[in-house]
Write a protein that binds this ligand. Sequence first.
Ligand code: NAD
Length: 346
Amino acid sequence: MKTTVRLWRRPVLAQRRAFSSSARRLDNYAFIGLGQMGYQMARNLQAKLPPSDIIRVFDINKAAADKLVQEMASQQAGGASAQVAQSAADAARDADTLITCLPEPKHVKSTYDAILSVYGSVQKEDMGTQFKSRLFIDCSTIDPTSSREVANAVSTALPNGVGNFVDAPMSGGVVGATAGTLTFMLGAPESLLGRIEPILLRMGKRVLHCGPQGAGLSAKLANNYLLAIENIATAEAMNLGVKWGLDPKVLASVINVSTGKCWPSEINNPVPGVVETAPASRDYAGGFGIGLMRKDLKLAILAAKEAGAELPLADKASEVYEAAESEERCKGRDFSVVYRWLGGKE
Ligand code: NAD
């Protein structure tokens, strides 16, 4: 398996395509899953596509799709023509690029079951001629094994390279999704990069190609596992220092020029008032929800078991997030709220 990460490449293709004056065929897009992330991503994608393209959106929450299409239509600066689809299969029917952004593995699997049912009635030998090649980009954070299962289902339903399923989980949160500055961790064959990158760069600013299908999710889960541990350790160390009588700002300034420095200590410090822009300084509102951290940790543990990798700290970390989330004063807040759960001084 490929281990090197080829870093971001400039969005040359995206620019070239958007400003091309030559006639080009109409491209059909579909976007499924219009929650906190997907809504904003679909909005950015649509705004940056030429008016000759079409984007069809679907969510089981129809109100979200209606609202998004209304918002897209009211945009002054053009963008692709937008429509509400009636189901996942309806969204997929004519789409040559379909993007999904769904909560959990079960939602991704059931959505692709519905999507692939569209192709069931077509004779295999007719597929190459009846269909333009289909690209399925899943941006959901799920486990690599579930993602590979869906990739296999796609290649069974759409053989001969007519369909390709790739994983592109992202980081940057709702703020990055809104601003179009997400980072995507891509698991895809090299041969598809030229097609995928310009699409992702309409919703983000960086695409990190991590290897073949599934590799984007492996990279994402390894990173989030590390973050899960660092966040708890930072909350413990800050609480310890404060209990010893240290000023939390002084302690953070020592850590942040020393070997304990990490994202939770420097950017997302869990003690209110240490970093004014951190969620801790606004009652832990916004940020990266503790429920999402718990979910990503669970997925990392599952994937580690399958790979035979020991994670001695993982079960304890899971217990901490579960216990914190079960308390009303922590539920639904940024994951740095673990400091509050520990009884930290606020
Ligand atoms: P969300 O819960 O806000 O949105 C999910 C959307 O999917 C909802 O609108 C829901 O109605 C819809 N949905 C569920 N099942 C569906 C189905 N079968 N068909 C169509 N639509 C369906 O979640 P989110 O915060 O947008 O996150 C989406 C994914 O991105 C998750 O996997 C999450 O882990 C990941 N992610 C989230 C963040 C973040 O900060 N929120 C950051 C990085 C990655």
